[in-house]
Each structure stands twice: as structure tokens, then as C-alpha cells.
Write a protein that binds this ligand. Structure first.
Ligand code: P6P
Length: 337
């Protein structure tokens, strides 16, 4: 049990004792990630003052127009992680292929997948954005891991978390022993433990989904959302509230804080476009799924546990239903009925 007020640095040092082998590297890697997030917190706060808003007139592998901050944040993350000998390779939403370290750079025991600035389009309208990261074990003795080495099920994650750049900057981390939250004290540049052993309420009256896609949803999702909207006059017997920030990090943080269910389901429009969902498995669904499960929630595709999926591609997409245990289970029951 850690004292509220402990620094992330102290927490990481204590946590490293839970990891056999490569102990110093794990500590160093989490500190490198914290360094990247501190830099991104500073940049997102300055926004237009340092000219980081707007588009970069380029597309990422997803075919999405990249924001200047997508590219800047990706570079910040690479710079923070590639020099200290804690990682063997990186994979990012913003890079089509695996990022192998330059010749001569020391290799470490871990792989990191990350979405450097999830919800970046919200930057231009000053709404919260965040970084999502997932830590996997690197293959032993491989100088330059390939994409195949990243294709590990979510249950293989060593650690996962996110950093939310909102009214305050909050780093949320799990190393497989519960979920801890650290708030950045920018006056001293330290992340301070503000919540430990976070638990998501098993029930909720709040759902998050982009309802503009409603006409494309599969019938079980149509049924579930309709029942929420019918409120206490309907079969649910209670009224629901809806939220949609269009920033997964903000949605997940709200759920960790007060419960809720977040859904980005498969739909007919995606199927016709040959897509298997909106969100990416390796650097959105898996890390968030680990955090949610470690806080007592569920993370499903609507039919299967996300963390048990065997990835087949670096940028694979999946449907996502995550949050309060009993509500996610209801959505799954409707899909499996
Ligand atoms: P839509 C942000 O682009 C993101 O990947 C998630 O953070 C967010 O939940 C979702 O897409 C928003 O999607 O279709 O509402 O813009």
C-alpha cells in the first residue's frame, strides 16, 4: 500500500521488486514514459502559443489527416524511449511499421506500443486529449524485433496506462497489481500519487457512444442503447445519462472515476469499408482493457474478452465495450443471445 503523496519515481522503484529480471530497465522505462508525458503535458498546455495546432498536411497509416501534434508527440515519445537501453523496438498509431532503434543504440527487454496523442482532433477545440501506452516483453536476443514480435495477446502486457492532458495532467498506471493515479505537480515536475487501488463501480447509469452511428449498429447494440434511452419507463427501470467526449482517454478516466460504459461497436458502415472496428487493438483497446480489468471492470469486443484476442496485425482494429462490470456483461449477453 502506498501513501497518497508518494511520487511516481518512488512508486516505480518499489514496484520494480515485483519484476524478475531486467528490473532496472522496467524502472527506467516507466520513468522515460513519464518524461515523455511531462513534455507532452507542457506542449498541449501551450497549444497555439507554440504553433502546435492544426493539420500537418500528411496522413497516417490509418488514412487519417495527421495533426501537427500527432507528429510532434510521436517524436517526443521516440526521443524519450530510444536512448536509454530499456526498449528493443516501438510501435505507434502514427507509424506504419515497427520503429527499430538506430545502429549502436542500446537494446532493452521491452517493446512499447503507444498512441502518442489520442483524440488529437480535440486539441484544436481545447478539449482533453491523452497518451496511451502498453508495455510488452521483447523477444530475447533479437536485435531488431519485427511486427510479429508485437502480436502478443493483451494478457501478455507487463504494464499499461495513459496520461490525460486535461484541467490537470493525470498519469494512470497498472503493472498488473491494481490501478494507481498520479497527478502532475508542474511546480516541481513530479507525478504525485493521488489515488491507489482504483475500483470501478459494478453498476452505472451513464453510457458513452457516438449515437450518430446508430443506424449502422448491429441489432443487439440498437436494443441496448434503446433501453437506456427509454429510462425508468422502460425495461431498465432507471434513467441513464450520456456522455461523448470523442477522446477515449477522457472517457476511460471518467469511468475509472465514477463508473460508466464506453462503446465503440462494430457497424455496417465499417463492415462495408472492410474494417473490423474503429479503435486499435495494440495501442488503444489492449492497454485500456488492462487498466479497466485491473480496476474491476470488463473490456469486451461485445462477444469476446479483448485481452484474450490473438492479434494478427500491428494496426488491427476491434469493437470495444468497456467499463462497469454488470453493464458490459449485459451488452455481451445481448450480443450472445
Ligand atoms: P468519433 C479519437 O480519434 C478516437 O480514436 C478515440 O479516442 C475516440 O473515442 C474516438 O476515436 C472518437 O470517434 O467517431 O466520435 O470521432
Amino acid at each position: 500500500m502506498y501513501q497518497i503523496g508518494t511520487t511516481l519515481t518512488q512508486y516505480i522503484i518499489e514496484e520494480q521488486h515485483t519484476f524478475a529480471g531486467a528490473r532496472g530497465q522496467f524502472t527506467g522505462l516507466l520513468n522515460d514514459i513519464a518524461t515523455a508525458c511531462k513534455k507532452l503535458a507542457s506542449l498541449t498546455k501551450k497549444g497555439a502559443l507554440v504553433g502546435v495546432l492544426g493539420t500537418a498536411n500528411s496522413e497516417n497509416v490509418q488514412g487519417e489527416i495527421q495533426k501537427k501534434m500527432d507528429i510532434i508527440s510521436n517524436d517526443v515519445f521516440i526521443e524519450a524511449l530510444e536512448n536509454n537501453g530499456h526498449v528493443a523496438a516501438l510501435a505507434s498509431e502514427e507509424m506504419e511499421t515497427v520503429y527499430n532503434l538506430k545502429v549502436g543504440k542500446p537494446r532493452g527487454s521491452y517493446l512499447v506500443t503507444f498512441d502518442p496523442l489520442d483524440g488529437s482532433s480535440n486539441m484544436d477545440v481545447n478539449v482533453s486529449v491523452g497518451t496511451i501506452f502498453s508495455i510488452l516483453r521483447a523477444p530475447v536476443g533479437i536485435e531488431n524485433p519485427s511486427a510479429e514480435d508485437f502480436l502478443q495477446a493483451g494478457t501478455q502486457q507487463v504494464a499499461a496506462g495513459y496520461c490525460l492532458y486535461g484541467p490537470s495532467t493525470i498519469m494512470v498506471l497498472t503493472t498488473g497489481r491494481g490501478v494507481s493515479m498520479f497527478t502532475l505537480d508542474s511546480s516541481c515536475g513530479e507525478f504525485i500519487l493521488t489515488r491507489d487501488h482504483v475500483k470501478i463501480p459494478e453498476d452505472t447509469k451513464e453510457f458513452a457512444i457516438n449515437v450518430s452511428n446508430q443506424r449502422h449498429w448491429e441489432l443487439p447494440m440498437q436494443r441496448y442503447i434503446q433501453e437506456c434511452i427509454e429510462g425508468k419507463e422502460g425495461v431498465r427501470g432507471k434513467d441513464f445519462n450520456m456522455r461523448w467526449v470523442a477522446s477515449m482517454v477522457a472517457e476511460v478516466h471518467r469511468i475509472l472515476t465514477r463508473g460508466g460504459v464506453f462503446m465503440y461497436p462494430m457497424d455496417e458502415k465499417m463492415r462495408k469499408a472492410g474494417k473490423e472496428g474503429k479503435l486499435r487493438l495494440l495501442y488503444e483497446a489492449n492497454p485500456m482493457g488492462m487498466v479497466i480489468e485491473q480496476a474491476g471492470g470488463l473490456a469486451s469486443t461485445g462477444r469476446e474478452r479483448i485481452l484474450e484476442l490473438q492479434p494478427y496485425a500491428l494496426h488491427q482494429r476491434v469493437p470495444v465495450v468497456l467499463g462497469s462490470k454488470n453493464e458490459v456483461q449485459r451488452v455481451v449477453d445481448y450480443h450472445l443471445a
